[in-house]
Design a protein around this ligand. Structure first.
Ligand SMILES: C[S@@+](CC[C@H](N)C(=O)[O-])C[C@H]1O[C@@H](n2cnc3c(N)ncnc32)[C@H](O)[C@@H]1O
Length: 758
């Protein structure tokens, strides 16, 4: 007598045949599923046979329709077998998360790929402790303003046939149009750190659990914990600026040599197919890329809403909570505003938030050609040379010597940062924090780990405290403003009042360059200081020392001034006599010098002779304040970078509050990176009068002394007398390399007034 058909099997068959799936295939899969689920029909039937459908798709299309005559026999046998399946597996639903399908649009290798293993096999393998390892992919996102998923580093990716590198990655980015605070986003885009193979290795973890001090969120399913290696990671990090980084990673080394990296399209399609099958997502507009962006949005929502306690224990805490966590540890908390707050998933499924600031910096050599990847890697830099970041706490750095275009994520422990320090971290693609017309990147092509020193970028001078800088429209009379219309420099037959300080002639050409003759005179003053020195009767510099013994003035340089037109003039902003007011226009870069001078500034384009490069901007201090500051700095090993505004001290008695200088050490602009060169420097300083009719305050502008080639370092002569140890500067061993180097010759040269040192 034929066995009675099992109504559950019949119902399952009926449900599946409605999808057009052959009965035999359904039965075969059903049989395995019953075994796997310990005949727990509930698991199979729920969600309209979702598990069964899933498993059938997992099985692939390699089903052979049985011969008709064998068909009935097999069905009956299978029905019986299914009913009698041994109870050798635990009742569980391992299907969803372990699904690691081969590519549907298969590459030649996909047939043999271990990715083809069905979920059932994988589940069994896992339960049975098989050595079969899951596949490796890395998917990561940055949150920059591009929608992209692209492979990183692995050149073989595009060829499709070459084995992928042991680790490979994609990048997903959140488009600017997504609900991230757009303004904030523009200002401080999230860094994407292309993970180095080695750096990935660093943060793959045993048992799928991120260490407490780790800097990422692991969403590895907890049932992977029994395995030696991490199956896959999902890393989500967000900052209070509205930046979210999402990355997924797997180690392909676990898959064997025939692992092939799918293309972005293949990968997305595969995931979308999976979503359609496993989750019955039938929205035709469904897209994985959008889903990833949604993940970022959710992350943002949770990580920025500190009042939302409802998710406690299961979602990342806000940055406020992060700080508290630090305090408990005995480490000072900092405001969350500039941290990259990260969380980690523990084995019990809860997400822990760790308190770290994430700092990105280029590691090792890269050329401007790599600038685009650098642009992606916008975050901040830390001055490593202070050695206050213990190496053990610096994560995700490449293990191997740096490869040409590698970047690494440097994570600095929270307690290492103070608010002041965080404020002065530098964006690798723009040190100026958007304060200038052009972005000014920084690079370190040397083998050192140095980062630009922390300082606050200011594009304009700012009064520190006591300096008297009286900028008032009422003090600007007719002699200090013109009534020209349009651009003064172009109106050759009209007398412009602003030229009265330069003998009735403009100092600039129509192209905005310093006129040859004027420039040569300025250079001559620098080259021959003795001939242009004046001595004050009551020198503010000597007065500031307030040590009771007033020494005679050592001399200052009388420089040639330029008076630029300004807001009270009749001309417009584009007037040819407003050159430095229009700011930096050339492409510059801060780089680490190879001669031992520390950081320097270079041009990334050819510069013509007489071109304005930048102003030297800093805090406006009285000379007295500078003296006090120097004493303090000497005590704690720091330096000031002062420039005296003494070019006109000879004309009148200069009061203490009018004897001024600029210090760019803590607050300064890009000029603070310009190194000294004795005599034949390629820049020369020229005092520029703009808004202040009194010459005790002026702008200190730097112009090229000759044509300068692209990538040449920019230098100016600080005017240091290397034999004079009684000057408001800390002397240094000059490494300018000039054949006129005053430090090497140790020549007795009169002190010049513009001083700078560290
Ligand atoms: C205004 S800063 C220039 C930027 C500086 N190199 C840095 O790394 O931040 C002046 C300091 O740079 C260094 N420096 C500048 N010119 C130098 C030179 N010719 N030789 C050696 N060191 C120099 C000195 O330490 C000096 O105190």
């Amino acid at each position: 007598m034929a066995p009675r058909p099992n109504p559950k099997i019949a119902a399952a068959l009926q449900a599946m045949t409605a999808f057009g799936i052959p009965e035999a295939k359904v039965k075969r899969v059903l049989k395995k599923l019953l075994k796997l689920f310990d005949k727990n029909w509930q698991l199979i039937e729920e969600e309209n046979y979702r598990a069964l459908l899933d498993a059938i798709f997992e099985e692939g299309d390699d089903f052979e329709e049985p011969e008709p005559q064998k068909k009935n026999k097999r069905v009956n046998e299978e029905e019986t077998e299914a009913e009698e399946a041994p109870l050798n597996v635990e009742s569980a639903r391992p299907l969803k998360r372990l699904r690691l399908r081969g590519q549907e649009n298969s590459s030649p290798s996909s047939a043999s790929s271990p990715l083809k293993k069905s979920n059932i096999e994988k589940a069994t393998a896992l339960e049975g402790g098989s050595s079969q390892q899951p596949r490796n992919n890395v998917v990561s996102s940055d949150g920059n303003g591009r929608v992209a998923a692209r492979p990183m580093r692995d050149a073989s990716f595009d060829r499709g046939k070459q084995p992928a590198s042991p680790h490979a990655s994609y990048e997903f980015t959140v488009p600017k149009s997504e609900p991230v605070d757009e303004e904030d986003y523009e200002r401080r885009p999230l860094a994407m750190v292309p993970p180095e193979p080695s750096s990935l290795r660093r943060y793959s973890r045993k048992n799928g659990v991120t260490e407490k001090q780790g800097a990422h969120v692991s969403m590895t399913p907890s049932h992977h914990n029994t395995h030696k290696e991490v199956v896959s990671d999902v890393v989500i990090a967000s900052s209070a600026q509205g930046e979210v980084k999402l990355s997924l990673s797997c180690s392909s080394a676990l898959q064997g040599p025939d692992f092939r990296m799918p293309t972005q399209e293949q990968l997305l399609k595969m995931i979308e197919d999976k979503c359609l099958r496993s989750y019955k997502i039938i929205d035709p507009n469904f897209s994985v890329a959008k889903m990833l962006r949604d993940v970022c949005d959710c992350m943002l929502e949770f990580s920025t809403d500190s009042n939302d306690n409802s998710q406690e224990g299961s979602m990342p805490k806000s940055s406020i909570d992060v700080s508290k966590e630090s305090e408990v540890d005995g480490t000072p908390a900092i405001g969350g505003s500039k941290d990259l707050d990260t969380g980690s998933h523990s084995s019990n499924g809860s997400i822990q938030v760790n308190s770290f600031s994430a700092l990105v910096s280029p590691r090792g050599p890269f050329s401007p050609a790599h600038q685009s990847s650098l642009d992606d890697a916008v975050l901040v830099s830390e001055m490593n040379r202070t050695n206050d970041i213990p190496q053990s706490d610096v994560r995700m750095q490449p293990e191997d010597p740096v490869s040409p275009n590698s970047l690494s994520l440097v994570v600095v422990p929270h307690h290492q940062s103070t608010e002041d320090r965080i404020r002065s971290y530098h964006d690798v693609s723009d040190l100026t924090k958007g304060e200038e017309n052009n972005q000014i990147s920084w690079v370190n092509e040397s083998s050192t780990n140095d980062f630009p020193p922390p300082f606050n970028y200011i594009p304009q001078n700012l009064v520190f405290r006591d300096a008297y800088v009286n900028i008032s429209l009422s003090r600007i009379g007719a002699e200090d403003s013109c009534s020209c219309i349009g651009s003064c420099v172009l109106l050759s037959d009209t007398h412009c009042a602003c030229t009265c300080k330069t003998g009735g002639e403009f100092a600039y050409t129509a192209q905005g360059l310093i006129k040859e003759e004027f420039l040569e005179q300025c250079i001559a003053i620098s080259h021959n200081p003795q001939q242009h020195c004046f001595y004050c009767k009551d020198c503010p510099l000597e007065r500031s020392k307030s040590d009771g013994c007033l020494e005679p003035c050592k001399g200052h340089l009388k420089r040639k001034f330029i008076k630029e037109c300004w807001s009270k003039c009749g001309c417009g902003k584009q007037c040819g006599n407003r050159v430095i007011q229009r700011g930096i226009t050339y492409n510059l870069q801060v780089f680490f010098t190879s001669e031992g001078k520390g950081w320097g500034l270079r041009t990334l384009e050819e510069l013509p002779k007489g071109a304005f490069v930048c102003e030297f901007a800093g805090e406006i201090l009285t000379i007295k304040e500078l003296h006090e500051r120097n004493i303090k700095c000497a005590e704690n090993g720091k330096s000031t970078y002062p420039v005296l505004l003494d070019a006109d001290w000879d004309s009148t008695f200069v009061k203490d509050e009018e004897a001024l200088c600029l210090d760019a050490a803590s607050f300064g602009n890009i000029a603070r990176f310009i190194n000294h060169r004795c005599s034949d420097a390629n820049l020369v300083e020229i005092p520029i009068q703009i808004e202040c009719p009194d010459r005790y305050y002026y702008h200190f502008a730097l112009f090229t002394t000759r044509n300068i080639a692209s990538h040449e370092e920019l230098t100016w002569d600080y005017g240091i007398d290397f034999d004079d140890h009684d000057q408001p500067v800390k002397l240094f061993q000059c490494k300018c390399g000039s054949k006129f180097c005053r430090n090497m010759k140790r020549s007795n040269r009169s002190t010049r007034s513009a001083l700078i040192a560290g």
